[in-house]
Design a protein around this ligand. Sequence first.
Ligand SMILES: C[S@@+](CC[C@H](N)C(=O)[O-])C[C@H]1O[C@@H](n2cnc3c(N)ncnc32)[C@H](O)[C@@H]1O
Length: 327
Amino acid sequence: MEALLWRGLLALLAFVRYIDVEISTRRMKRPQKKTSTSSFGTSGRISHDSSRFYKSRLYEAQGKAAPSSVTENEIASDNLNRIFCKSSEAMEELPDQSIHLMITSPPYNVSKEYDEDFTLEEYRQLLQRVFKETHRVLVNGGRACINVANVGRKPYIPFHAFIAQDMIELGYQMRGEIIWNKGSSAGPSTAWGSWQSASNPTLRDVHEYILVFTKGEYGRNGKSRNSTISREEFLELTKSVWSFSAESARRVGHPAPFPVELPHRLIQLYSFEWDVVLDPFAGSGTTCLAALLTNRLFVGYEKKLAYVKIAEKRIREAQDNLARLTD
Ligand SMILES: C[S@@+](CC[C@H](N)C(=O)[O-])C[C@H]1O[C@@H](n2cnc3c(N)ncnc32)[C@H](O)[C@@H]1O
């Protein structure tokens, strides 16, 4: 009798356990509920359905990401991995749709030794000519990244806002804006206006912008192309605030170089191995250097011969170092 009772109890326990396992398995298999754009925010962002947002009237006037042409043209090998000493307003060395990524920092028109004394309108027109030419040479889905700082205080001139507006008018789609936090390396000025007084305090910028655009479609076909970004880098670089130090002008021999870190990050995030990277305002060749160090091809344009020579020297030294490492 006792044995019978024990057997019954064990059978009951086994049944309860079976039911428990079955319920948990079904719970795990149940598809995650999609979040959608709600009228009062949402905490979950897994499998988010944003179609309602993109159908809203806010997006009525926004151009759709339309493919230009899917053809990619090759650049003559003589014109690759070099810096042309001329204005990038006409880049006739480059066929249409031949560049995958443009990274640049335009002249700021603030009386640096290479700057012209343009009016704001003339300055915007120069950038428009160069970025129109860049649009011609970018492939469908190609990206354009522009590093820019705002200037002045009385009033503040928001170059980043003007450039974003001009790029959209040229037919680019804006994809985002990175705030480059230069931290203590920014050497913020001590022009604080009125010291500890609300009379006229002045902001001291410790940041610059990197504006990100695409031509044509948002995505690029990654088939038979190799991304070189690590998991950790991807998690970090897809955030919109980047912190790293500025470059020393004296060390490089150019009045306003950006650090290699800046184009390096953009190349890792936005291009595949052996893509072609363009810098139409190449200066001391930092973008070209970053391209070389990440197995990308490059083309640069720089008006001033002295800077082209500095860039070529930096590139030659990097090539020698790479050759020594592979020996
Ligand atoms: C802000 S600097 C670029 C610095 C560069 N990112 C570096 O790391 O050295 C801008 C450069 O654009 C050059 N430049 C100005 N107008 C140009 C033009 N129309 N075509 C090509 N280069 C030009 C200037 O001589 C200057 O070297």
